[in-house]
Design a protein around this ligand. Structure first.
Ligand code: SF4
Length: 313
């Protein structure tokens, strides 16, 4: 399913997700990625789905939500990969604007040096760009980029975009312990954010099972240090997100397909799924069956069980 949710988002309220990219196609293979390692590394844009199909799927989803008295605060391009790899992103945003719901795009910014990517993102109301590191070594270790990408071009592209963009621009920096949370890295990130001047700079830590099991969140003291160091350099609001989002996922009648769509971009904790199934009086056996069929996988992270879609299926 291309349209999924809405799912609760700390930053966007109830966010109706658009997954405009085939499973795990990305220009990065971040060590902390919550949907696993990248199967298909790609750094050039391609056609994936027909923009009209994306529009029609979204329309069905919105009709379904309306019938149940639900509403979305944003329609968000949040793919199980990098949404700007889609050459039709601009056309899709134009189509989806007809629903009169704000459009958000969460991008890793790796293609922001391309003029057509900048043009497409200009059409969105809210854009989040990734700034995990600004020096080659840390960037290479944390984001594991496609070999054709160049961090200097990405930094320049991000700045150029920030200067022309009229919507709400925010940044997100995911910190992984021992990889990009040292002083040198944080100073570099702070200096870059000071030039970008986002409406808000978010600092995140891995709250769901990461692609590499040895990736850990920084300690609380390290996180405080990071927060203070970035805040002193940047004249904008800085916020740390260290907990998982809420539990108010929307499910239509076809709960299995809805669940699979959500789990392909967003691992969900066992207790959240249990509550949802109880509410609908559905036996948990449906989840066990999905695990047995290999469609979803179980992961333990920070002593909690999560489910995530098996991207190989
Ligand atoms: S976190 Fe985002 S940018 Fe990084 S590998 Fe996953 S989908 Fe790609």
């Amino acid at each position: 399913m291309i349209a999924f949710g809405p799912i609760p988002s700390r930053r966007l309220g109830q966010s109706l997700g658009i997954n405009n990219i085939p499973p795990k196609t990305c220009s990065y293979s971040c060590v902390y990625c919550q949907i696993g390692r990248t199967n298909k590394m790609q750094a050039s844009r391609s056609k994936f789905y027909d923009p009209k199909d994306i529009f029609l799927e979204t329309k069905l989803k919105i009709n379904d939500m309306n019938a149940k008295g639900e509403k979305a605060d944003y329609i968000t391009f949040v793919a199980d990969g990098e949404p700007t790899l889609d050459i039709n992103l601009g056309a899709e945003i134009e189509f989806l604007k007809q629903f009169d719901i704000k459009i958000a795009v969460i991008t890793n910014a790796s293609l922001l040096w391309m003029d057509d990517v900048k043009r497409d993102l200009m059409k969105a109301d809210w854009v989040s760009i990734k700034v995990d590191a600004v020096d080659f070594d840390a960037w290479y270790k944390v984001d594991r980029p496609h070999g054709n990408l160049d961090i200097e071009r990405i930094k320049k592209g991000s700045l150029d975009f920030a200067q022309c963009y009229k919507g709400v621009l925010v940044t997100e920096t995911m910190l992984a312990s021992g990889i990009n949370d040292n002083k040198e890295c944080l100073d570099g990130i702070g200096m870059h954010l000071a030039k970008i001047k986002p409406a808000k700079a978010y600092i995140l830590v891995p709250t769901r099972p990461p692609a590499e099991s040895n990736v850990k969140r920084p300690s609380t003291s390290k996180l405080k240090e990071a927060f203070n160091s970035i805040r002193t350099m940047v004249d904008v609001e800085v916020e740390c997100i260290t907990e998982d989002e809420g539990e108010s996922f929307f499910f239509a009648d076809d709960i299995i397909n809805d669940l699979l769509s959500i789990l392909s971009v967003h691992p969900v904790r066992e207790e959240v799924i249990d509550k949802l199934l109880n509410k609908r009086k559905i036996n948990k056996k449906v989840i066990d069956d999905l695990v047995k069929k290999g469609l979803i996988k179980e992961f333990i992270y920070e002593n909690r069980k999560f489910y995530r879609k098996n991207q190989e299926k």
